[in-house]
Design a protein around this ligand. Sequence first.
Ligand code: KIV
Length: 253
Amino acid sequence: MVTSLSELAQRKQSGRKLAVLTAYDYPTARLLDEAGVDLILVGDSLGMVVLGLPDTTGVTMADMLHHTRAVRRGVKRAPVIADLPFHSYDTPEEAVKNSRLLVEAGADAVKLEGGRSKIGQVRAIIAAGIPFVGHIGMLPQSVREEGGYKKKGRTEEGAAVLLDDARALDEAGACAVVLESIVPDVAARITAEVSMSTIGIGAGSRCDGQVLVTPDLLGSFPWFRPPFAKARADVAGETLRAVREWAVEVRGA
Ligand code: KIV
């Protein structure tokens, strides 16, 4: 189990995979920590799976601070990573200011979406002494510009862009990077080349770890689940059953 981000480099060397999950509230964060998850991400997937928004672009800094504080209260051991939401890092100055707020709310590291195109922001965050996690491949905050969620790295050119993004983040000093919806061979090439830990989601098994949106794992958000996420519980089904059973008992029918 990881207890500090400084262990990530050694963990990569050891070949033991990282198990990473998202949390947005105190009880889930506490359970994930007690279950021994390596890293906990307060993801801006919060927008869809907690706030009922259509995508992540409506998530605000106020939302992220509120939920990061709740997660922090529940976690004793696992490092907590918090997402910088859409338009909170348009300039390096904004990126540093908002990263500091997330750290004050309890984050051990911050994450933003983008590689080479955001390197000014990434360098500024790291220069401010804030541990940083990258996110490349399919970028949910760009879903509107891109017209949907698309797999990345299908062409040689696309793969070269991803490798260049990964190298830029690695050289800047990121401790880890999320590889989202990337062709598995390309994710494996990136993993072999960089010294930061790669954490895949929809990017095949040859990454240094895997991350899932916890409601996808628990079956607590039954209206949408990505094809690569296998639900290992049926929390939605159990909730419906318990509520209906209780209501019948209360009504005496
Ligand atoms: O917001 C999020 O939950 C994420 C994961 C999908 C990696 O960024």
